[in-house]
Structures are given as structure tokens and as C-alpha cells.
Design a protein around this ligand. Sequence first.
Ligand SMILES: [Fe+2]
Ligand SMILES: [Fe+2]
Length: 373
Amino acid sequence: MAETAKRSRILIVDNEEKNHGLISTILKDLPCVFEIAKGGREAILKTVSFAPDLIFLEVMLPEMNGYAVCKLLKENPDTWTIPIVMMTSLGDKGPKLKALEVGANDFLTRPLDGDEVFFKTRNLLKIKEFADFLKNNAACRSAETEKKTAELDAARQDLVRSEQSLKASYLETIYRLTVVAEHKDEASVSHVKRVGLLCAHVANQLGWPEERIELIKYASPMHDIGKIGIPSDILLKPSALSPEEVALIKTHTTIGGKILQGSQSTFLQMAETIAITHHERWDGTGYPRGLKGGKIPIEGRIVAFADQYDALRSLRPYKPPFDYVMAYRIMVEGNDRMGPSHFDPELLEIFKSTHKTFEKIYERYKDVPAPLR
Ligand SMILES: [Fe+2]
Ligand SMILES: [Fe+2]
């Protein structure tokens, strides 16, 4: 059996019964179903329940006139697309203008002209059909877009998770490499972890962009990677070192540079700079090149500062761990081994104003076993 063609729903609003039959007779050749309302309030209720495709609306109605009904329906986002044809027996121009003013789509004057009613109805139903098509299509498109956006968001979150897991694995590898390089234990893992975080904090205070802060956070833990080339009995010697042994230890900077050199990765390039320059001093008394002031790359200056502070707070073969107050005093006032002239004055100022953050980072990551020796 052939599918029945969609029948348009037409609401006729008129309190005169004879007028109902007249319109349905004129439209008998169109596939329509009709509903009747005899007053303004009933017209509103029937518009909601019947969902018409077209409304013929008499101006003169009991309770609520046709203009008020039309205005209400045209102001409602659920009904404003329904075409409304207003009808009146009054022949002058006023009612017609008033109908257009309240949003009516067309106007008919009684006595009704059959052809005029027929063609206006057919045309307005086509416009309504097209408006419905656009509305439904927009709803479908919006649902489709939402689905795609959700899929894209899920994929992006997966990517972020993978990236985070990759970064975590990478950092773990760097920390382990440091342990091997320095012939040490878990304590040196927490040291390089803290140095990375302290460097990121200082870089943030200097106003670096987010990506560069991340670079130094991940590059700085490798500052002592060159110690892999230094014999362990010298690295771990508890007694005083001979001048030759000190000279040998100092080569861990250039060895680190050679290990890291020639990479295309910006992060390994920064790690190379840091490995070579993290023992330079602001006053030019550092090594390996005795660079002075602004000639020392800023990455090296930052790591030198963070590394020294954390070394003061940690246990070393040649010293006990100093407490927060003592470490602060040595950084700012100096002792027999080091002085504030070793550091970039701008970094020293950042330390003075944010030393509590330095301490928080130490406290947060200090709880690992002490060195075995
Ligand atoms: Fe070093
Ligand atoms: Fe270090």
C-alpha cells in the first residue's frame, strides 16, 4: 500500500460556524486536516495541542481579539514560524496594517475569494514546510556537531593522558640515569626532582612562557649527567680531595656537554647548556670557563642557584643537611665555601621574596631514604 501523503494541519479560528465550512470547502483539494477554535483563548490552547501548519485567524473574537492572539503566537519561539492569515469584514486599510504590525503573514477580507484563499494557503504551507525542514536540519546538525565535539574531546584527553604518561616515564628515566651517573641512591633522585621544580619556580618568577618553564623543569635534572665519566671512588670520597681529584670532578661539566651535544631537541639543547654552565659563577670564579655575569646563559645561572640551595639543605659526604634558616643565611650572606657574589643578583632577589616556596618544595619532596653512606 502506498504511503499516505503528509496532511497539513489547519486551524480555523472564528466564532461564526458558517465560516468554518467555507474555508474547508475551498481547500478540499489540498491534503489537509482541520481544527476549529471559537475564541482567542481556545485558539492559543489548540495551537499548542494541534500544532497547526497554518492558522486562519478572525480579528473579531470573544475574550481576546485576533491581534492579541497573533502577537502572542509570534512572540513565542515555539510558535512564531506558524503562518497566520488574519481575516476581517472591515474593508478599510487600518485592520490590515494592524494585522501586519502584530506579525501576521497575510490578510483576507470578507467575503472570501476562493482562489485567493486557495493559492495563499498553498504558498504559505510550502513556506512552512521549508521552515520546518531548516529547523529539523539545524537540530540534526547541532546533535551531530555535539557528538563529533565529544569524540574529539575524548581523543584529546587520551592524547593528554598518553603525553603525561610519556613525560612521567621520561622523567623517571632521567632520574634513574642520574643515580647511575652519580653512583648514588634514591636520595639523588629526590635532589634532581627538587632542582627541576625549583628551576621551574624561578623561571616562572622571571616571567618565562609556559613551554620554556617546562623545558627547564625537564632539562635541569640532567645537570650532573657528566659524573658518569668520573670514577666512583673519587665522587664518593668522604675525606678531602687532592687538587688533581678536584680538577677531575670539574670535568663532569664538559663530559655532560659532550653526552648531550648535537641534538635536534630543544630540551636536550637546553640540557647541554645547563650541563656545561651550572658551575659558572656570577663573579667569574666558577668553572669550566670562568664566565662572568650575563655571559653565563640564564639557564645555567638558574640551575646553579637551585642546585646550591638544595645542596645546602641535603646531606653531602662533606657536610650535614642545614636547616631552612641556616640555608637561607648562607645563600644571602655566604660562608667559607660560597657567597652571594656567586649568584645572579636578580635570582637572589627572587629567592629573598619567595624563599617560602623554596622551602615548600624541599619539604614536599624530602621524604625519601637518606644516602646509604
Ligand atoms: Fe655539577
Ligand atoms: Fe646537583
